[in-house]
Design a protein around this ligand. Structure first.
Ligand code: FMN
Ligand code: ATP
Length: 322
């Protein structure tokens, strides 16, 4: 899969079937749409392409208004979203920088400059609620009318629902914020995981007795925040039981930088530079600012014990079923 930051240059503009959206989390609704897109592209013998936006348009508008509480939290980082698009068989992803210039494009300008001249679209696949262009003025009818003029087809997708509710990134965010990882898994069609390269931390964890594998989180508002029971994939055949903290570590750091720190239970692993996948299983608590390091260490000690009990219970219930 090829990834472009902004529109590809003229040499890379092969005709394509295109889906447009944020695709945060690549949930089951997205996957159904991408599967139809893949089939249409194969039928027409053209590339399957996705146009996505960075930052999320609602995060951009929230920043313009100076009210970050209006920005949507982020389900997945770019690496995980791209990897899910790759698995869906997409050939090309265009990550468009969403800025004031882009936001001001009228529906007609978006169609002419981006879809027709920029991407040579032959087919556009969208959900039935699709809106685009400045002030969200364009809809499926605008797109279909332009398709007749410019020679592309518009194909729409019926809404994919679960228990009568539309599956959406917003629904996944709500499940994650509530710590309901089972519901998130039902909406995503796979367990909720965050992946990344292990980076060096302040190495304070070792002296506290809890060394951690640290992943940098590039965005400021992850959908999960707090302390969690997790398991780590990518270091051995079986996933490793662990406990993790996603947050800004107010006791030891005032930079406001978000980190995902994972302590593997009861074994030493050296994973610097490796890519790991942290799967979230249960929320234990919110992050706290402790008065000193011994109080913090005692709290992490309790978290680790709770995580060990979680895994023991899980083994117990698996043996019960045999
Ligand atoms: C299970 C767990 C729970 C944690 N809870 C908190 C917390 O509530 N408040 C906090 O400031 N830091 C918390 N931390 C982060 C620690 O402050 C951090 O891991 C420690 O300072 C070592 O970081 P370093 O190895 O990157 O230096 C937690 C870490 C883990 C692994
Ligand atoms: N449940 C669904 N069924 C069918 N199509 C969907 C579904 N969810 C999203 N789509 C379509 O997938 C494309 C990308 O969607 P996008 O990520 O922008 O929306 P979303 O998942 O509803 O996210 P948010 O909740 O952040 O608005 C759009 O064409 C959208 O209409």
């Amino acid at each position: 899969m090829k990834v472009f930051r902004g529109l590809p240059n003229a040499a890379s503009r092969a005709p394509c079937a295109l889906a447009i959206g944020n695709f945060d989390g690549v949930h089951l609704g997205h996957q159904a749409l991408l599967s139809d897109l893949r089939a249409a592209a194969t039928r027409l013998n053209i590339e399957a392409a996705v146009m996505s936006f960075e930052p999320h348009p609602r995060a951009f508008f929230a920043q313009m208004l100076g009210d970050l509480s209006k920005a949507p939290s982020r389900i997945a980082n770019l690496r995980d979203n791209l990897s899910a698009l790759d698995q869906a068989g997409i050939d090309r992803v265009i990550v468009e920088h969403f800025n004031a210039h882009f936001a001001a494009l009228s529906p007609e300008e978006f169609i002419q400059k981006i879809l027709v001249n920029g991407l040579h679209v032959k087919l556009v696949m969208v959900g039935d609620d699709f809106r685009f262009g400045a002030k969200r003025a364009g809809d499926i009818h605008t797109l279909k009318e332009a398709g007749e003029r410019f020679g592309f087809v518009v194909q729409t997708m019926n809404t994919v629902e679960r228990h009568g509710e539309r599956i959406s990134s917003s629904a996944v965010r709500a499940a994650l914020v509530a710590g309901n990882f089972e519901e998130a898994q039902h909406l995503l069609g796979r367990p909720y995981r965050i992946s990344g390269h292990v980076v060096h931390g302040q190495k304070l964890g070792r002296t506290l007795g809890f060394p951690t594998l640290n992943l940098r989180i590039a965005h400021h508002k992850p959908a999960v925040m707090g302390i969690f029971v997790v398991q780590v994939h990518g270091l051995s055949e079986a996933p490793l039981p662990a406990v993790a903290s996603m947050g800004v570590r107010p006791t030891v750091d005032d930079s406001g930088r978000v980190l995902l720190e994972t302590h593997i239970l009861d074994q030493h692993v050296d994973a610097y530079g490796k890519v790991i996948h942290v799967e979230f299983l249960q929320k234990l608590r919110d992050e706290e600012k402790y008065v000193d390091l011994p109080t913090l260490t005692a709290a992490i000690d309790r978290d680790a014990d709770l995580a060990r009990s979680y895994f023991k219970r899980r083994v117990g219930s698996a043996t019960d079923r045999i």
